[in-house]
Design a binder for this molecule. Structure first.
Ligand SMILES: *Cc1c(COP(=O)(O)O)cnc(C)c1O
Ligand SMILES: [Zn+2]
Length: 410
């Protein structure tokens, strides 16, 4: 609740500011801001028993840990409290002791981004904004469009023209004003920044808006609670701009600082080989540099990560592991998750799981580990790549003799 929020602290110059709903970057140096909480106060109000009795089954279950007014209206869409599975068959296939899947593809617009967009809509309301805008590789856009539509906000959305049709179709159905930019995500982002400045829209660009990471962190709060507050050794997820991994880390730290978990997991940061600026910076222990956006996992094809500092800090603080996977390994992971768990992820959605497999194969993590792998987006958003992974079905005329002929190929 807002009463637990101490302020917004700049991660570059350390200055602290009041956490106004419209604040973005540090007014003094332009650095990214971190929302700070009074952990002692949260501790007084929350413990395992309190949480066990709570009825709310959405991300708003964790009000004490969120920077919103306690009496404010909650959004209409039900975001969060997504399924959590113990994936024994997948664990056996991969040869790991304990593996869990957190399926965030079942959110209202089918990705983890709903957690940030729901928060954006609440903060836009608090800020008295009339219109919300963002640029996105696809999912931030479709989730903003959906969550804003439910709350009655118009949206202006900038996507690179390569965004998959499934995601663009969501934008059109939710009634967003859509600008499809015929260039990279980097150029798309820049144009959106100029437009937001010019028209005074509320800014849902996740790196710039410190509240959105607070929305994303709820996935970590849920994972901890769904594990019975007993953390696994690792949590694996795919990384693009870096807001999600930074948010996940913030969530675990908030829980640790308030005594809800007694140890922090190590993060497994998974990127695509063709676009891994953050993992490369960690592996080579040097500042990050832009890379080409060369992967079919469009949601993490981010050559210039917008939340690099917070993401790198999260990976380092957690003594994290970095793994890069090829497009083929991503497609293979999509099939594997589908076949062993019945979970259908988009390419970036299954990249975390591809990373777990590779980390085991290369000995980066031991087979005696326990891991949570977050599936960040739903496979129906990108069916062409799903078909690429799994192939086309056998087609026949409606005749039994043809069926008999193809039986062994089904
Ligand atoms: C946005 C997104 C990511 C990566 O999140 P970042 O905050 O950009 O690092 C991963 N998977 C999916 C499906 C996404 O939409
Ligand atoms: Zn600053």
């Amino acid at each position: 609740m807002m009463k637990h929020v101490l302020g917004a602290k700049c991660i570059v110059c350390g200055k602290e500011w009041e956490a106004e709903p419209s604040i973005t970057v540090c007014p003094s140096c332009g650095g990214l801001l971190d929302i700070q909480y009074d952990y002692a106060e949260i501790r007084k109000e929350v413990d395992h028993k309190v949480m066990a009795q709570r009825q709310e089954q959405s991300m708003w279950r964790y009000m004490e840990y969120l920077p919103v007014l306690s009496k404010g209206e909650r959004p209409k869409l039900r975001v969060g409290w997504s399924p959590f599975y113990k994936a024994d068959r997948l664990a056996e296939t991969l040869g790991i002791r304990e593996l869990y899947i957190k399926d965030d593809g079942v959110n209202p617009t089918a990705s983890l981004k709903d957690r940030a967009s729901a928060m954006a809509v609440v903060k836009a309301e608090e800020a008295g904004a009339e219109t919300i805008a963002c640029s996105s590789t696809g999912n931030a856009a479709s989730s903003l469009a959906g969550n804003a539509a439910a709350a009655g906000f118009p949206t202006y959305i900038f996507v690179p023209s390569r965004a998959p049709r499934g995601k663009v179709s969501q934008l059109m159905i939710f009634g967003a004003h859509v600008v499809s930019v015929k260039s990279t995500y980097e150029d798309t982002f820049k144009l959106s920044e100029q437009a937001i400045e010019k028209f005074g829209w509320y800014n849902r660009n996740a790196a710039i808006n410190p509240f959105l990471m607070e929305g994303k962190k709820t996935v970590a709060l849920e994972i901890a609670e769904q594990l019975g507050w007993k953390m696994t050794d690792y949590v694996a997820l795919s990384v693009g701009d870096g807001c999600t991994i930074a948010g996940v880390w913030k969530g675990f730290k908030d829980l640790y600082e308030t005594g809800m978990i007694d140890r922090l997991p190590r993060l497994i940061s998974v990127q695509a080989e063709g676009c891994c600026p953050l993992n490369r910076a960690i592996a080579q222990n040097r500042p990050w540099e832009p890379m080409e956006e060369n992967t079919l996992a469009d949601s993490i094809a981010v050559g210039v990560p917008r939340n690099a500092e917070k993401a790198l800090r999260a990976i380092r603080e957690s003594k994290g592991v970095v793994v890069n996977v090829s497009d083929q390994e991503i497609l293979d992971a999509a099939k594997l998750l589908g076949r062993t768990c019945g979970v259908f992820g988009e390419p970036a959605g299954v990249t975390g799981t591809a990373g777990v497999k590779k980390a085991l194969e290369t000995g980066l993590i031991s087979e005696n580990s326990s891991v949570v792998s977050i599936v960040t987006g739903n496979g129906l958003k990108d069916t062409p790549n799903a078909m690429k992974a799994a192939g086309e079905p056998v087609a026949i005329d409606p005749e039994m003799n043809q069926l008999l002929q193809v039986m062994d190929r089904l």
